[in-house]
Design a protein around this ligand. Structure first.
Ligand code: ADP
Ligand code: ZN
Length: 332
């Protein structure tokens, strides 16, 4: 399956990794490739990548797994490694990994020599359905997550669902939170599927990606409807901050979606049944457990969200599956 996003393709296919060289040759004509990845992935996939990319001269840039690698320090280490090891501005940078690798390598690709060709190969469910789609890159600073970044379109995004076979269960569930969010935003059939199943087939994976792709296509720079993708994230980010980022993003936004729906019910945007159905789904997918959090613990962390617009908070309420509303200046 090939989906078009502006000038580039998102290709989703089982065992795509086995034909990676052919795919890359369609969008890149040099013979040198620099691959940014993490220690877990290199252990699992180094020999596979070396075999499938044997036509190229490849260099691996390996970072520690985990959010800590989205730092100015790692950004500098990776960039200087590439400069010192002969990367030129027409050489290709590939991100092979989860959201951390995609965001970090994307930021390097967007800034090194003012931009080098870039390919995303997301390996986690979260990266496949969310962070690799839409051109956002970024690293964290003490003041907050993703505060430094650029929009950087890749030459292509290659998604091989077989890579999910090695993904730890908890990371799969983490990604499912963004799939559930995508279903709420714009896919009733996907929402119904998720009531009954806890694993995705390639069909539902594509459906979730499609929700994000359509939104990004219409609003690439988050001027209006791309904000729908922030559903559950205002509280979600506050919850992450509250726990000093020891809670995984997908779990935090799951509690965040619950709080958004609760507020929606209270303020008259959200019907009670929607709150109940989403809550049941998040329990089923083991993304939330009792006791649920109360909004009061997090309110003070919302107002300090540095990425907010100057004219105040825009909050996304869900009115139905496939129907959201962005409300300006909400007071909690
Ligand atoms: P996310 O994708 O959730 O934003 P990370 O990039 O930190 O976050 O990836 C989550 C964890 O899963 C990391 O420890 C990473 O090494 C690991 N991981 C990612 N993809 C795979 C995979 N296909 N197989 C095994 N482990 C993976
Ligand atoms: Zn998210």
């Amino acid at each position: 399956m090939i989906l078009n996003l502006n000038a580039y393709e998102i290709k989703i296919e089982n065992n795509l990794i086995d034909n990676l060289a052919e795919e890359i040759k369609k969008v890149y004509s040099n013979d040198r490739i620099f691959i940014v990845t993490d220690k877990n992935l290199i252990r699992l996939y180094e020999s596979k990548l070396r075999t499938t990319l044997k036509d190229f001269k490849i260099d691996f840039v390996i970072v520690e797994p985990g959010e800590h690698s989205k730092s100015l320090h790692t950004y500098e280490v990776v960039s200087r490694y590439l400069i010192q090891n002969g990367m030129r501005r027409n050489h290709l940078l590939v991100a092979f990994g989860g959201g951390v690798i995609g965001d970090l390598a994307g930021f390097v690709a967007g800034t090194l020599y003012r931009g080098v060709p870039f390919i995303q190969i997301p390996t986690s469910l979260l990266a496949m359905v969310d962070s690799s789609i839409g051109g956002k890159t970024g690293i964290d600073v003490k003041e907050g997550k993703n505060l430094l970044g650029v929009f950087k379109n890749p030459k292509a995004v290659y998604i091989d669902p077989m890579l999910l076979n090695t993904l730890p269960e908890v990371e799969y569930r983490n990604g499912m939170a963004e799939v559930i969010k995508a279903a709420i935003i714009n896919d009733k059939a996907l929402f119904e599927y998720l009531k009954k199943h806890d694993r995705l087939t390639i069909k539902e994976l594509i459906a979730a990606i499609e929700v994000k792709r359509k939104i990004v296509l219409e609003d690439p720079f988050e001027e209006n409807i791309r904000m729908y993708l922030n559903f559950g994230h205002t509280f979600g980010h506050a919850i992450e901050k509250h726990f000093d980022y020891s809670i995984k993003h997908g779990f935090a936004i799951s509690y965040g979606m619950i709080l958004s729906l609760e507020e929606g019910v209270r303020l008259g945007y959200t019907p009670k049944w929607l709150y109940e159905e989403v809550k049941a789904m998040l329990f089923k997918h083991q993304l939330i457990k009792e006791p649920l959090y109360k909004k009061d613990e997090f309110i003070h962390l919302i107002s300090t969200d540095k990425k907010q617009l100057a004219d105040g908070l825009r909050f996304v309420f869900a009115k139905d599956i496939g129907q959201l509303e962005i409300v300006k200046g909400v007071k909690f």
